[in-house]
Design a protein around this ligand. Sequence first.
Ligand SMILES: Cc1ncc(COP(=O)(O)O)c(C=O)c1O
Length: 370
Amino acid sequence: MSFLDDRLDALREQGLYRQLQAPDGVDLSSNDYLGLSRHPAVVQALTKALEAGVPAGSGGSRLLSGQHPLFDELERAFAAQVGAEASLFFSTGYAANVGLLSALPDEGDLVISDRLNHASLIDGLRLGRADKLIVPHNDVGAVESALVRAMGRRVFVVVESVYSMDGDMAPLEQLADLCMVHGAHLIVDEAHGGGIFGATGGGLVQELGLREKVFATIHPAGKALGMAGCFVAGSQALRELLINRARSFIFSTAPPPFLAAGLLKVLELLADPALDRTRPLKLADRLRGLVGGRLDLGASQTHIVPVMIGGAEEAVRVQQELQHRGWHARAIRPPTVPDGQCRLRLVMRSELSELQVEMLAMELVEVCGG
Ligand SMILES: Cc1ncc(COP(=O)(O)O)c(C=O)c1O
């Protein structure tokens, strides 16, 4: 198997070799931003559902034997919660993005995609037959000139609300207005804005009141929602088209129905003012305030705080040094980020204490030499 060994050696030489590792120490990398994955009310809802006979597996795709009334209930509840006409639940965010972007834009259409869009959006576009234009990150001018040039064509503009590796936000209001003016369709991946932003955790689109101007939103449930799966929210016609055309929905076993019982509870918690959904943002503000002058935190504005490092080897050294000190933070390397832009992706989660954030700030500066 020498070709496998050769490839693995090449990865090691480039500092890009990865191994699976369970979090050990204070977790600074989990996307379970609000700690809902272990919330007692969610655990209880899951247990009750299983005890009541809701199956642990779906037994087939939704179009065959995998359909369950709890999915319909969940999809209606989610659509109502984010103010959309309808939603459809996929097994993962990756599957949702691949399904949506390969099924929706057709031959002759144009998709304008932000350069920092997640791999699942990119892979969906690769599978589809539309023309693609990658625009510089958050460059409203570049989107506008592309829209002007594309006059007469059907155009989709695809962005994330909060960028997963940078923690900055898309200029959603400007993009939504541009799309309205040019008759384009705005698609927003709320993977990292969902749960945190919006009156009921619907994300940045909800926070900014843009639902009517947005064609579709994507809400992976494995991040702030603490579970798994993904909602695509939009019109009833979009839902029906995806049921009929999204191959990752059609040709894949439906998620376990008990998941829907847990997510219904998660939706209730998100809508309950008793849950402080802004704590991760406040902790991130604190961290930026403590180390901002001394370390390069990129364009971070949210609960995701990258520490920009540069080379892959140095990023891994920092990760290991922090690990020795009891912090579990992950070095992010190509292909997840561009060459030379390796970073530590720090995530501020509700469960962290202010004291932990202060200690982290001190040790970061020591380890990174700021
Ligand atoms: C922006 C974005 N979209 C989609 C996904 C995929 O979601 P999932 O992990 O549920 O497959 C991720 C996951 O990292 C993401 O960051």
